[in-house]
Design a binder for this molecule. Structure first.
Ligand SMILES: C[S@@+](CC[C@H](N)C(=O)[O-])C[C@H]1O[C@@H](n2cnc3c(N)ncnc32)[C@H](O)[C@@H]1O
Length: 374
């Protein structure tokens, strides 16, 4: 058995042990409280194993090398928190004044589909598909067929469960795989998109190269990439601290500079037609507003619940409750470590957003040339 096959088998087995068999019937708090305790402790340890505050080359190399297991563990422990706080699409978005949170999320997804030129009947790959929120929206919006690729078994099971619930099984499929080593045949997909997922790759050239391979000649790849912007200076300790908070709290081995991403696309053969930071604008309502404690940004009454859960005070409340539940033995051991790491992420994301050192929506649209050999 190859190393990759063995890793897959172990991850699938561990996922069953941790989350149980009846994955679909529970979400958010109830899913979180029904985890197998010793497996949860192990997952938290695996995720935080490389996060010891160090940012030297050796520490970074260890994180890059273990990207698959460490990201797999990260999503094993945070998926319920994400669904509880954010819903079933795990990304940021821009907001019009007066626009409801979930409408803005859907618009962000529609915009990517539009930029990718996705049409009815296209076969599309969603790289790092989460629990399938964007795939459900984009397949309904365009009439395309989507395969979601993900290395997290729990999220795949959830995505499949939602497809069934919403009768989208004819248009959607979700498969287990590492985006650094895809199993699809070359030249399979008409379009490929990725939303805030490829930042988990140890090398952007690696993941973009795989995408290039599976895309048909003439096909388009559109991505919202997480990168550090032109203003970021890796040698500035304040900047590096912000990047580290984003890395630890979001399970990312290394946050790359925007130029690295741009160069990586070109290096693997893409023709880049759009490279635009959608966060670099004068929007009245900033993309990071749900993570702030600033009520003035709340757009509609229906957003109050989301804002309460995701804002500074809401997160403090959740962390305090989780800590209490852990102490009295209701929540699995290690849960507080997870909420603490998520808190670090939120601090880094807001600081990075305010100073425009970081963007979660660097939009690249890139084409595989029609005459590409592979
Ligand atoms: C922030 S979530 C975004 C999910 C989804 N795109 C969305 O917007 O809802 C990142 C996703 O990338 C997936 N991922 C991370 N590393 C991966 C890898 N090596 N191979 C495949 N998927 C991966 C995670 O499991 C997770 O589903």
């Amino acid at each position: 058995m190859s190393d990759a096959t063995e890793l897959r088998r172990r991850q699938a087995e561990f996922s069953k042990e941790l989350h149980g068999d009846d994955i679909g019937s529970k979400t958010g708090v109830s899913a979180f409280l029904s985890k197998n305790r010793s497996a949860q402790k192990e997952a938290v340890t695996k995720y935080l194993k490389h996060w010891d505050g160090k940012v030297d080359k050796d520490a970074e190399d260890r994180r890059l090398e273990d990207y698959n297991e460490s990201t797999h563990s990260y999503y094993n422990v945070v998926t319920d928190f994400y669904e509880y706080g954010w819903g079933s699409s795990f990304h940021f978005s821009r907001y019009y004044k007066g626009e409801n949170f979930f409408a803005a999320m859907a618009r962000h997804e529609h915009y990517l589909a539009y930029k990718a030129g996705i049409q009815k009947g296209d076969l599309v790959l969603d790289v790092g598909c989460g629990v399938g929120g964007p795939a459900r929206e984009i397949s309904r919006f365009t009439g395309c067929n989507i395969i979601g690729l993900n290395n997290n078994d729990y999220q795949i099971a959830k995505a499949k469960w939602y497809s069934k619930k919403y009768h989208l099984e004819d248009q959607l499929d979700f498969v287990k795989g590492d985006f650094m080593n895809m199993d699809f045949e070359p030249n399979t997909f008409d379009k490929v998109y990725a939303i805030e997922a490829t930042c988990h790759a140890p090398s952007l050239e690696g993941v973009y190269g795989q995408i290039y391979k599976v895309l048909k000649p003439g096909g388009t790849f559109a991505v919202y990439e997480w990168v550090m912007t032109e203003r970021y200076d890796e040698s500035n300790p304040k900047h590096r601290k912000i990047a580290y908070e984003i890395e630890i709290g979001d399970g990312i081995p290394k946050m790359f500079h925007v130029d690295v991403a741009k160069q990586a696309l070109t290096n693997v053969g893409f023709e880049v037609s759009v490279a635009q930071d959608l966060a670099d604008n004068d929007d009245e309502v900033p993309w990071y507003y749900p993570l702030t404690g600033e009520w003035k940004y709340v757009q509609t009454l229906t957003d109050l619940g989301t804002f309460f859960r995701t804002s500074f005070f809401g997160r403090k409340f959740t962390s305090a409750m989780v800590s209490l539940m852990e102490k009295v033995g209701i929540a699995p051991e290690g849960s507080s470590k997870v909420t603490n790491a998520l808190e670090e992420a939120a601090i880094g994301l807001v600081a990075g957003g305010r100073e425009k050192l970081f963007t979660p929506m660097m939009l690249f649209v890139a084409k595989k040339p029609l005459d590409a050999s592979d």
